[in-house]
Design a protein around this ligand. Structure first.
Ligand SMILES: Cc1ncc(COP(=O)(O)O)c(C=O)c1O
Length: 393
């Protein structure tokens, strides 16, 4: 009979993509300290640099003085303060929705949400490029679901026409491993065709705050109508530089979810200090100062694309992906691992993305750009990758 020790040993051997946990001992920026050594940083989701903004930090500190550390309970059991309430109202108003709801993290939201939106009459369609949290959420909901290819929307249309079910469609504004979802307009068109039968959910975790003239995200960038997106999902852990998840929707859906999603009932709410940080970030995101940060981010993205074209690096969706997540495709997992390691030895941190995070045969380097990068940071990165691919690998 197998022992627990053997069980864990076997499981450990089965882990395909062994990830590293580097120990950072500094705040986030274009340079960070890893084990007390300085590294150039192209790994963080802090797209606007707000995680270290003085107003955001001060707001957190002031709130701790006034409210203490923890929220002390679930939202429905004493853990809901006026700071939470205020942010929910501000968010909904900013994104032109009737209502919004906060969660302890984007992951927690996505895992706990769908269970409340399905029954035997609902068919779930999950974009094949969706984040792991959506796959987990769909599995957890025990709904029947199909993973669809967004380039083949007809597959969904045919099913909607041929049966009487309700259809729940989940997609993303910016795919975390592929960049901007350029086919989002086709799903919005489908929703328009069947407004009563389709509930469209868009997770724009990587878009809200940093994309579009006003920072409303991918829906604004692609000039789509927020009215066609029934539930918009976001996170405070990226452009907001803070922590937590949120959704925006209409009054009746929000009311239902507020009192039914289990993580709203059985998990301690976000600390008021963290919510106050997100609230301050939202104020900054709405300000002219942030307009300049978004412009700087876009300039950095443009410069990165221009340089990588000059150095003939294979950028994924070069023409359509204007998101801060940029991907360089290489032809083998081994190359990705070697480039990652050599850059690491030169104190440069990027993302190493290999199977099973992405399909086999599509290994890639993942570069997260931010408003805090300078042109010389981008030159250093692109020239280093070019040099490694030409000389060594
Ligand atoms: C598209 C998407 N949704 C949700 C999440 C999870 O958000 P959080 O980090 O707040 O848990 C991520 C995280 O990377 C993501 O990329």
């Amino acid at each position: 009979m197998e022992t627990w020790k053997q069980f864990i040993q076997i499981k450990n051997q089965q882990i395909l993509n062994k990830r590293e946990r580097l120990i950072r001992n500094s705040s986030c920026g274009n340079q960070i300290k890893i084990a007390n050594s300085l590294f150039y940083n192209y790994q963080s989701n802090d797209y606007l640099g707000l995680s270290s903004h003085s107003l955001v930090k001060n707001s957190t500190i002031d709130t701790i003085h006034e409210y203490g550390i923890g929220s002390t309970g679930a939202p429905t059991l004493g853990g809901y303060t006026d700071i939470h309430d205020d942010l929910q109202k501000k968010l909904a108003c900013w994104l032109s929705y009737e209502s919004s709801l906060l969660f302890s993290s984007g992951y927690q939201m996505n895992v706990s949400l769908f269970t409340q939106l399905v029954n035997e009459n609902v068919y779930v369609w999950l974009d094949k490029n969706c984040h792991a949290s959506h796959i987990d959420g769909a599995l957890f909901s025990r709904a029947k679901f199909t993973r669809f290819n967004i380039e083949n929307i007809n597959q969904i249309r045919e099913k909607v026409i041929s049966n009487d079910l309700l259809h729940l469609i989940i997609t993303e504004g910016v795919y975390s491993m592929d960049g901007i979802n350029k086919d989002l307009p086709s799903l919005f068109a489908l929703k328009k065709e069947f407004p009563e039968r389709i509930l469209l959910i868009v997770d724009d975790a990587h878009g809200i705050g940093c994309l579009g003239d006003n920072g409303y995200g991918t829906i604004e960038l692609l000039k789509l109508d927020f009215k066609d997106c029934d539930i918009l999902l976001g996170t405070f852990g990226k452009a907001f530089g803070s922590h937590g998840g949120f959704l925006c929707t209409n009054h009746s859906i929000a009311k239902y979810l507020r009192y039914s999603v289990r993580s709203q009932i059985f998990s301690t709410n976000l600390p008021p200090s963290v919510v106050s940080a997100s609230s301050k970030s939202l104020e900054i995101i709405q300000s002219a100062e942030c307009g300049q940060l978004r412009n700087k981010l876009q300039q950095n993205i443009k410069y990165f694309k221009m340089l990588t074209a000059q150095y003939e690096l294979n950028i994924f969706h070069r023409d359509s992906n204007n998101s801060p997540i940029q991907l360089i495709l290489l032809d083998s997992t081994d190359k990705v691992a070697k480039v990652y390691q050599s850059l690491y030895e030169d104190s440069i941190l990027i993302g190493k993305i290999i199977y099973p995070t992405v399909p086999l045969n599509t290994p890639r380097l993942r570069i997260s750009l931010s408003a805090y990068h300078s042109e010389s940071d981008i030159e250093l990165l692109v020239k280093s990758i070019h040099y490694l691919l030409r000389e060594f690998i």
